[in-house]
Write a protein that binds this ligand. Structure first.
Ligand SMILES: *Cc1c(COP(=O)(O)O)cnc(C)c1O
Length: 494
């Protein structure tokens, strides 16, 4: 299958789209058309395990890859997850399920894609005949960085460099990244918030001058951010898998429509659900959940995307984002794949921080997407309520999605459609905040938080977080957003 740019002018193979990350005019790669999954294929997938299902979904887009090899890569990737199911469904209540996507090596849903991406990228380079060394640059709001470092550590012919904002990641996230092992990794703290950090990395990607400097050193840039189609594709798989699990456990019948509520930041996770729907998965509505940074809630309600607003630091830092990059892919579809219009709007966003879609487009989006958000008090309230009512502990990001789901049922009392709330992080990844939600207690130390949260909930603590405490800190460098390329060069020349 070929991929085209949301800003026009480019058509490349899947392998090329993954290696390149972003199209040369700054657009995002999207499939030329959505591949369909037939009723027979759905039936066959019922019997499969997670890596087999993921392989089937990936092959729909990446047909130049070798299916057997891809299956082996998926088995290896998901073999690192704790427990025997990488994406288990937990029943909370009648018609309400949690899809737990945090059992991977770094305890957040980013692992679902970033454990597979190294293979997709390595093989992609081979398929494209690329001989240069690959340098992956990642801007992270916390979870992507660690998952990417873990996925790519010691990968052959690939170096990885992660930038995180000094103002915005949790202590646990920072510790996870700064203690990263591996001989090809580097981590730099950037002054500012996530949007500053992401913009600075995007500037490097978009500069032909920088590209030339690196090419002379035999280095090619690539990205592991959720704008890379190689991130998106493995995420489509868990929507299929969750649906199939509901069918095989007889909670729904094949063909019955369901809803998902998704904690959203960069719009990558929820966009994967939209892609699954476009491939034929029976999804009725997608509930797009934000925290106090509710730019998407406002956009879905008014059609105006306006970044000129206050930025809040919340207890769900991975959603503290005002530039939801993957929204561009949705806008592309909704506009009837109008690359010119998308280019115009993205330029408006860059220059004025705002664009507006037509009312017709807004309504088209509203046929599928519902927007909602939780403020900080509501997150605490929701996490506490669920803990009290059914004894289930969720993290603060998932709390936002739960709140939006609860609001939906409040407003639509007779709705019988099954709701799956997507859980994106282990409660132990944000132990102090979750402890506060379930007990009202504050602790300063993350590991004390873990201990007390365990005492309060009896939930098993992920091994990877327990061992963190004894690991030496390897990375302590801080840089200004304007100077990131110097850091890149220093790392390349090392
Ligand atoms: C990344 C992340 C999100 C947001 O996902 P997007 O794909 O960026 O919308 C939500 N929750 C957690 C825990 C995350 O790590």
């Amino acid at each position: 299958m070929n991929f085209i740019s949301t800003r026009g002018g480019e058509k490349v193979s899947g392998a090329k789209a993954i290696v390149q990350g972003l199209s040369s005019n700054g657009g995002l790669f999207v499939p030329e058309k959505f591949p369909a999954v037939t009723a027979e294929e759905m039936q066959a997938m019922l019997e499969m395990n997670y890596p087999e299902r993921a392989t089937k979904v990936l092959m729909k887009y990446l047909d130049e890859y070798d299916e057997k090899e891809l299956l082996a890569a998926c088995e290896k990737a998901y073999g690192q997850f704790e427990g025997n199911d990488p994406a288990p469904l937990v029943r909370l209540d009648d018609g309400v399920y949690i899809l737990e996507l945090f059992h991977g090596p770094t305890c957040a849903f980013k692992d679902m894609a970033l454990t597979v991406l190294p293979y997709l990228l390595r093989k992609g380079c081979d398929l494209c005949g690329i001989k240069e060394e690959i340098l992956i640059l990642v801007a992270t709001s916390g979870d992507t960085g660690k998952a990417a470092l873990e996925g790519f550590k010691n990968a052959e012919g690939i170096k990885i460099m992660v930038f995180y904002p000094d103002d915005g990641v949790s202590k646990m996230q920072k510790l996870q990244m700064c203690t990263q092992e591996g001989n090809n990794v580097n981590v730099v703290e950037v002054k500012g918030n996530f949007d500053d950090c992401q913009s600075a990395v995007k500037t490097i990607f978009n500069s032909s001058e920088y590209a030339k400097i690196l090419k002379d050193k035999n280095v090619l840039l690539s990205s592991a951010n959720s704008i890379n189609f190689g991130r998106l594709a493995p995420q489509i798989a868990y929507y299929f898998s969750a649906y199939l699990d509901l069918v095989s456990s007889e909670q729904i019948q094949m063909g019955e429509e369901i809803d998902f509520s998704v904690p959203t930041g960069n719009f990558g996770n929820i966009l994967a659900a939209y892609y699954a729907k476009n491939m034929g998965l029976p999804i009725r509505r997608l509930h797009c959940a934000s925290n106090e940074n509710k730019i998407l809630t406002d956009f879905l309600a008014t059609g105006e995307y306006n970044m000129n607003r206050e930025f809040y630091k919340t207890t769900s830092p991975s959603m503290d984002i005002l530039i939801s990059s993957n929204l561009e892919r949705l806008l592309f579809e909704i506009s009837g794949r109008n690359a010119e219009l998308i280019t115009k709007r993205m330029n408006e966003l860059k220059e004025e921080g705002v664009y507006k879609i037509t009312e017709e487009e807004r309504q088209k989006i509203a046929e599928v997407f519902t927007g909602g958000y939780a403020n900080e008090d509501e997150v605490v309230e929701t996490v506490y309520d669920v803990f009290c009512d059914v004894g289930y502990t969720m993290d603060t990001h998932t709390g936002c999605a739960m709140k939006v789901a609860v609001d939906w049922f409040e407003k639509n009392k007779k709705d019988n459609t099954l709701m799956v709330v997507v859980s994106t992080a282990s409660p132990y990844k944000f132990p102090q905040d979750v402890l506060y939600c379930v007990t009202g207690n504050d602790v300063k130390d993350s590991f004390k938080g873990i201990k007390r949260l365990h005492a309060a909930t009896a939930m098993a603590v992920p091994k990877s977080l327990l061992t963190l405490r004894d690991k030496p800190v390897r990375f302590t460098k801080t840089a200004k957003a304007a100077n990131l390329f110097d850091e890149v060069l220093a790392f390349v020349e090392k």
